[in-house]
Structure formats: C-alpha cells, structure tokens
Ligand binder design. Structure first.
Ligand code: GTP
Length: 274
C-alpha cells in the first residue's frame, strides 16, 4: 500500500479534530501506522501530538500580530506562505512512508470551496509527494436535519469535491447528539436519501419562486453522489472502522484509475501531439 493522505474537511466546529483523534486511535488499534498533520495555523492543543504542524512554520497569532491582518486574511496569508515554502512540508512529511497521514484542516471552508490554496496543496501532495488522497467532508447531524440546510451543506461539500478533485466521502458527525425518537428516525433518511423527496419536503417551507431551483439542486447533488453520508459517532469505534474501510476502498479504487504518468506530463504530451 502506498501512503494515504486523508483530508479532514468541514465547517468550524463539526468535529474534525475529534474525528482525526478517533481515526488515529482506531488505525493504531488495528496495528497500522498513522500520523496527524495539523494544517490549522490557529489550532488549539490536541490530545494527540501532531507529527507535522503548520504552526512550526507559521502561526495565525503571529501573522495577526506582526502583519496586522484579521483572522480570515491572516489564514489565507498562512496558506500562501505554506505554498511558497513547500520544501518545508516535503521535509517534514518526507520520511512517513507506507502510512496514513491525516490532514486536520481549518474550518474556514472558503479555503477549499473558492480560494485555490488547498487545491494547490492537494496537487502537490498527489503529484510531487505521491499520496493516494481521500477527502472526508464532515457536516453535523443536528445541522443537516433541517432540509434546506441539508442542501446548503451538500452544496458546500460538492464545491470542495469539484475544486479538490480527490475521491470524496461525506460524513454526518455527532450522530449521538440526536437522541429523541422522531428526529433519530428522520436522521436515518439522511444517510442515503431520496433527494427529490427531500427537495419536495424542503419546498413546503421555502418560497415557491425557488421550488424549481431547489429541485434542480437536489438532482445535481444526487448526480454527483453528494447526498450520501456515512454516520459518525466519534466515541463509537464501529462507525470509525466503517469510515476507514470506505477510505481504503476509495483510495484503492482511485489508484487503479489513475494514469501512470503524472497529470502534468500527460498535458505536455497532449500539447506536443497537436
Ligand atoms: N457529542 C459529540 N460531540 C462531538 C463529536 N465530535 C466532536 N464533538 C464536540 O464538538 C466540539 C467541536 O469539535 P472539534 O473536533 O474541535 O471540531 P473541529 O471541526 O475540529 O473545530 P474547528 O477546528 O474549530 O473547526 C467539541 O466540543 C467536541 O467535543 C461527536 O461525535 N459527538
């Protein structure tokens, strides 16, 4: 097995770091090796030691103090700085062969939904450092149980998938926080839903002017396989084990599809051919 990079993505507070910890614990418990790469320059201390930590290169606190940037501009600056110093990352990651590297990403989703910094990093990990990559995108169960929010969540996940061009798994986090019977039953429908039916139900609560648009969004997200979710309860090792088996499956599948030559070389070849 080549080394696998698992990108852990999703809005602030959805449980990314908790999932990283649960995943590394599970991987280690089955006798395999994993490390966490912290890509959040504003990360809080974690119960797991980071094997690679962007804060050793640059921290948001320093950027905000020294450059007088706000938190969002500062974060973009940190990532641009990382992209200009990729040799640092290469050196830090260099020795971790035949292992899982779990990339704990910041919760500012614009970094992977419309600013090309994370896509550039992903390209580097795949093409230069030869990672098999898989993106996991977390949305919170209590958030998506509201149908219009469900579709806004899957659109953000889809935007990340399109921009990053990696195999992608959607995860519904904090499943254990839904304890009442009715919402619990409802929640099961969100794991593999009928998007048209859900759009129809969302339309019962939304402006009629947008009903056709809502239906089209539901169809589009369904076409991209975006409406499927794997359930996660961070404290339940079974749910983490299931997610790991999906990560293994999609990365192996993607590797079997990959062209042997790096993409850039193929593009050059094409250009020369014409
Ligand atoms: N009940 C429950 N709480 C969870 C679960 N996962 C995370 N949490 C809690 O949710 C809060 C946020 O979790 P984090 O793991 O820090 O979330 P994050 O996405 O890394 O947050 P940012 O780094 O700020 O974007 C913490 O209080 C966690 O304890 C879960 O599966 N169940």
């Amino acid at each position: 097995m080549s080394r696998v990079g698992v990108l852990v993505l999703g809005p602030a507070g959805v449980g990314k770091s908790t999932f990283c910890s649960a995943l590394i614990s599970h991987i280690q418990s089955i006798g395999r090796r994993a490390h966490i790469v912290n890509l959040d320059p504003a990360a809080e201390p974690s119960e797991y030691e980071f094997s690679v930590d962007i804060r050793d290169l640059i921290s948001l606190k320093d950027v905000m103090e020294e450059m007088e940037y706000g938190p969002n501009g500062g974060l973009v600056y940190c990532f641009e700085f990382l992209l200009n110093n990729l040799d640092w990352l290469d050196e830090e990651i260099g020795d971790y062969e035949e292992e899982y590297l779990i990339f704990d990403c910041p919760g500012q989703i614009e970094l992977y939904t419309h600013i090309p910094v994370l896509p550039a990093l992903v390209k580097h990990l795949r093409n230069t450092l030869n990672f098999s990559l898989c993106a996991t995108y977390l949305l919170e169960a209590p958030f998506v149980i509201d149908r219009p929010k469900f579709f806004s969540g899957v659109l953000s996940a889809m935007s990340a998938m399109i921009l990053l061009e990696t195999p992608h798994i959607n995860i519904l986090s904090k499943m254990d926080t839904i304890t009442d019977e009715v919402p619990k039953r409802e929640l099961k429908r969100y794991l593999n839903p009928d998007p048209l039916l859900m759009a129809h139900e969302a339309n019962e609560r939304t402006n009629p002017k947008f009903h056709e648009l809502n239906k089209s969004i539901a169809m589009l997200t369904d076409d991209f396989g975006m409406v499927q979710f794997l359930p996660l309860e961070a404290k339940n090792p079974d749910s983490v084990a299931t997610i790991l088996s999906y990560i293994d499956d999609v990365t192996q599948w993607a590797e079997a599809q990959e062209p042997k030559e790096p993409k850039d070389e193929l593009e050059e070849l094409d250009a020369a051919d014409f």
